[in-house]
Design a protein around this ligand. Structure first.
Ligand code: SAH
Length: 284
């Protein structure tokens, strides 16, 4: 563990020490679930006919196909959402608060009509501007780690995208702040969230790498895009005892958990492999 006595403050991420498990190994999961954001980026978002119900196989062979006819009743979307949550749970997510939140938020309402029918496949999907809505499994996994079985007060999300994860977060945290750097997506998230009348989400247009000092400190910070390291500004906006979860890397990415142990001390652990769109600085 690194202390401020040894290092310049604030600590660069490279100085944050990997957490070991009981056997003294770095905590790197052996089972890998890789998000498919990049593969999905190239897809034509207009290629799926709106009226045609799509039957799609999840990547795991033993799982059943998911069928969602977007013209069907809310009960149908509820049923396919339950099935999605069951698959997420099968993959090892145990936190019932997170699973319940995933079951509650209608993911299909965050997608354009041509993709609605695929909303409950466990995959990331294009939302325009070369960005994706995150895969339900990875959303649930990250939120489970962020929550750590405690009620979260104030949470910051970097990368609002279409607003889906912010909506899920709103059910597990008291206050949600979310930043998006692409103006058109910031507007899209506003439009998607407005009819849901969620009172505890604050959307910001800006560069999330700078965090949100005016609202800091946060109990939890979650990044939906991968940088080569976690921006230092975010580390210092964490409460002592707070957690940050972020994809880190380029072609090869890992999910990294950082905890602020004390005023001048952070610890870090690698959770598992993942695949996210890149974190960029500045706004567009
Ligand atoms: N949270 C979304 C995922 C969006 S994809 C969901 O619910 O599915 C990641 C998003 O991060 C993209 O919209 C991208 O524009 C945004 N992003 C990348 N770098 C950023 C930065 N520095 N600040 C804010 N947003 C950023």
């Amino acid at each position: 563990m690194t202390t401020a006595k040894e290092k310049r403050f604030p600590l660069p991420l490279s100085s944050v020490v990997e957490r070991k498990d009981n056997a003294g190994r770095n905590r790197i999961a052996t089972s890998v679930s890789t998000q498919t954001a990049m593969q999905n980026l190239g897809r034509d978002t207009n290629s799926t006919p709106r009226t045609n119900p799509v039957s799609a196989w999840n990547s795991t062979k033993e799982q059943k196909p998911v069928v969602l006819n977007t013209s069907d009743s809310p009960l149908v979307s509820e049923a396919v959402r339950r099935a999605m949550v069951a698959r997420v749970a099968q993959q090892g997510v145990k936190d019932t608060t997170v699973l319940e939140a995933l079951r509650t938020i209608p993911r299909h309402l965050f997608l354009e009509s041509g993709l609605e029918s695929q909303a409950y496949i466990d995959a990331s999907l294009p939302i325009g501007h070369h960005q994706t809505i995150s895969q339900p499994y990875i959303v649930a996994r990250m939120l489970e780690i962020l929550r750590n079985d405690v009620k979260l007060d104030k949470v910051l999300e970097i990368g609002t995208g279409c607003g889906y994860q912010a909506a899920v977060l709103s059910l597990i945290a008291k206050e949600v702040y979310s930043i998006e750097r692409i103006k058109a997506l910031h507007e899209l998230a506003k439009n998607n969230l407005r009819p849901m009348r969620i009172a505890n989400i604050r959307l910001h247009y800006g560069d999330g790498m700078l965090g949100l000092p005016q609202a800091a400190p946060f109990d939890g910070i979650i990044l939906a895009a991968a940088g080569m390291e976690v921006p230092q500004a975010l580390l210092v906006q964490l409460k002592v005892g707070g957690r940050l979860i972020a994809p880190v890397g380029g072609r090869h990415q890992v999910l990294q958990l950082i905890e602020r142990v004390s005023e001048h001390e952070w610890s870090s652990a690698v959770v598992e492999n993942c695949h996210f769109v890149p974190l960029h600085s500045g706004v567009v």
